[in-house]
Design a protein around this ligand. Sequence first.
Ligand code: AMP
Length: 431
Amino acid sequence: MSFSSLKLDPRLLSGWTAAGYEKPTPIQAASIPAILAGKDIMAGAQTGTGKTAAFALPILHQLLALREATPLAFDEVQPLRALVLVPTRELAQQVYKSFVKYGDDTGLSCAIAYGGISINPQIDALAEGVDVLVATPGRLLDLMHKQAVSLLKLQFLVFDEADRMLDMGFIIDIKRILKHVPSSRQTMLFSATFNEEIFTLSKNILKDPELIEVDARNTTASKIEQMVYVVDEDKKRELTSFMIGSKNWQQVLIFVRTKQGADELAKEMCKDGIKTQSIHGDKSQGARERALEEFKQGKVRALVATDVAARGLDIQQLQYVINYELPYIAEDYIHRIGRTGRAGLAGLAISLMSLGEEYLLEEIEVVLDDRVPQSWYPGYEPDLTKPVSKNKKNTRSAQKGRQKARAYGEKTGNRSAGSGASGNKSRGRKR
Ligand code: AMP
């Protein structure tokens, strides 16, 4: 399928050409015609598949048509027509940049709103009137509260990374926002994984949606090679630095479970001679952006991240992801390794699994409905003489970890947090 066969407004071609894309990705080929036909959609697509253009292009197309059909009166301020809700500020920035890029030749305007920074510039930007707003739910509610934005004329509503929004406890915010959105809108929901909560949400917000699945649900992009190395816990850092150094990997994204763990690992890896930084929720927005920028520019070779911080990061041509620790929530594995193998590029996702962490891999494999190959790394074979309980599910540290994940889930409203893949296993299986 070519770009021209999508029958998008020619003014959208320049952004596409400038981006250097040759043809639409599968999610774009499937979503764009459905959105142009005015349908609500529910799309299973992770970051890296080109999903942003899949909704941005048809929305911009329809906004252009709308502007021509109903031009603004001389003194009329542009009412907000399209709202994209995203879970994190990083994703907000990426989606915003995409709208600006694709809409470069259209004269349509886009604003961005997320928390952690001053609200006043966002209020000022909205006061001028914009066509599109990309926002995190909490900050949007603040802006609505201050009457800086009205959703009354909204026609397009997108939930991007809906699963993560629910994981992060945004359901109440979302419900509040929905009360102010006209029911006659067109709604698009994108999610990397699907579980009961997503289906419940979709029933409430989507009308007769077209279900779009380019890859089987809850599966990883096909070009990602996955490997699990079984290694002793106290050898993980050494092996990580050794792999990166000996194989001369550049731009490696490493996942850990805790903020403290991220800082400690980054510090130790720097001592090993691998320039490494950490990125997590306790770091200021400025520090996170700087770390990400330096990583993108190749000034920093490895970036250690927690799941929430890494969510939505779009790093071009990221080839290597290392799961230093397997996630407690199996679906996070898919999000993590989805950072690589983006837009069809080959990627490698390595997981370091200590003896006793096997139950986490089992849960991941249930969600993937596939096995991940396991091996020992030469020179880092695990010490099998060490006593390890066969099933660590009930050891103190595992319980603590699960409790933490559960507490996080309670705080955020994610009922499945800390229960691994359970609760949505049947939904999660490849069909
Ligand atoms: P997304 O899934 O929207 O985060 O996009 C992932 C990456 O794919 C981004 O870097 C986009 O610029 C890129 N991309 C989007 N559409 C295409 C396309 N049709 N061809 C090649 N790359 C694309």
